[in-house]
Design a protein around this ligand. Structure first.
Ligand SMILES: NC(=O)c1ccc[n+]([C@@H]2O[C@H](COP(=O)([O-])OP(=O)(O)OC[C@H]3O[C@@H](n4cnc5c(N)ncnc54)[C@H](OP(=O)(O)O)[C@@H]3O)[C@@H](O)[C@H]2O)c1
Length: 343
């Protein structure tokens, strides 16, 4: 890459169904010189999150990505030049960096990047201590409120959020059952992540397996998927069960979410089904980070990572989330830090 060139993937068209390379356009342009108050960030790592597909299609909790703009993405980067009093070259930062080599932010927009605490690896900043870990923590503790001895079920269990959610529920003393695609993921859940049991929804019938593995019924369901699995869980909930609506990836491609057939179970069981967005908990991220850092240090939480490389592979990397190719937190490494990282 020529020095000072910014390569970008811009959104070229709104995908019908899944997003592919045809929906993005590769552009290259020189990095403009910095004006007073601006910060130049070299992007190093990008995070891949299922919600990005929604961002390409329609307004959700944030406006859709405008056509012609770089694809929006969280990432970790390094400040390589600063004419802003709050930032110094060499500092590691995180924020909405986008599918590009460089982010140039002005004084106001630089609020979008925050400094990373020293010694926090990018993979953990975007995973356990990022949106992933925060969603798992607040979904389990605030919405699910799982108690010792309860039965906790999570879907997309070998994914970034699901794997952490199940481990937190285990730490809180629950019987934990994960639902994931394929024997490799299910084996990992049992052997490495400490789940009590796992269901391979691709080869097993989810309903009967839930009945066998949750003989006392289901108290908390952490739903990442929606659709048929949600209905199978609803058919087996206990009195005062909590259904945590974290996401519904089975409907993200079409934006047509299957109807919930067994909702009357909520009435019969006086149960609660509640959605949440992690961004509403921003003020409490330090509390969650402290708890997660403690469990990580004690070896009670493990983060599975799936690392792709090269900015040119960004569209293909996003697609992995929707085929189940990713195993754990999906990241894309773009570059090494060009400057020494401060201790
Ligand atoms: N509410 C919030 O604030 C918030 C914040 C972050 C994430 N989320 C949601 O949390 C969920 C998980 O996100 P993540 O980042 O941890 O992603 P992830 O689980 O690491 O990756 C997505 C996984 O979804 C599964 N999947 C894909 N299509 C599926 C389908 N049609 N049916 C069933 N499973 C399917 C695949 O796993 P298998 O191989 O097991 O099928 C895939 O690996 C998503 O729904 C996301 O939108 C919500």
């Amino acid at each position: 890459m020529p020095e000072g060139t910014n390569r970008q993937w811009v959104l070229a068209s709104r995908p019908e169904g899944l997003a592919g390379e045809q929906n993005f356009r590769w552009t290259e342009a020189p990095v403009p010189p910095l004006k007073e108050g601006e910060v130049l960030v070299r992007n190093l790592w990008l995070s891949f999150d299922p919600t990005q597909l929604g961002w390409t299609k329609t307004d959700t909790y944030v406006p859709k990505v405008p056509l012609g703009e770089p694809m929006r993405a969280l990432g970790v980067g390094q400040v390589v030049e600063s004419r802003h009093p709050g930032f110094t070259a060499g500092e590691m930062v995180t924020g909405m960096l986008g599918w590009q080599d460089y982010l140039l932010t002005d004084g106001d927009r630089s609020a979008r990047v925050q400094k990373l605490p020293p010694q926090v690896p990018a993979s953990l900043a975007l995973g356990l201590f990022g949106i992933t870990g925060m969603s798992a923590y607040f979904g389990v503790t605030e919405i699910g409120r799982v108690q010792p001895g309860e039965t906790f079920v999570v879907s997309s269990a070998a994914g970034a959020v699901g794997s952490i959610a199940g481990q937190i529920a285990k730490i809180r003393g629950a019987h934990v059952v994960g639902i994931a695609g394929g024997p490799t993921k299910c084996g990992w859940l049992r052997r490495e992540a400490g789940f009590d049991a796992a269901i391979d929804y691709r080869s097993e019938k989810v309903g009967p397996r839930l009945s066998a593995l949750c003989p006392r019924g289901i108290d908390v369901y952490f739903d990442n998927v929606g659709g048929e699995i949600l209905d199978e869980v609803l058919a087996r909930i206990n009195l005062h069960a909590r259904i945590v609506l974290c996401g519904g990836i089975s409907g993200y491609a079409t934006r047509e979410f299957p109807p919930v057939r067994n909702y009357i179970a909520l009435t019969v069981k006086r149960a609660r089904m509640e959605g949440f967005l992690v961004v509403d908990y921003t003020a409490r991220y330090p509390e969650a980070s402290r708890a997660l850092a403690g469990w990580l240090a004690e070896g009670r939480v493990t983060q599975k990572e799936d690392v792709a490389t090269g900015l040119e592979n960004a569209p293909k990397t996003l697609a992995r989330l929707f085929t189940g190719e990713n195993f754990g937190k999906q990241l894309l490494k773009i570059a090494d830090p060009p400057l020494p990282v401060p201790e």
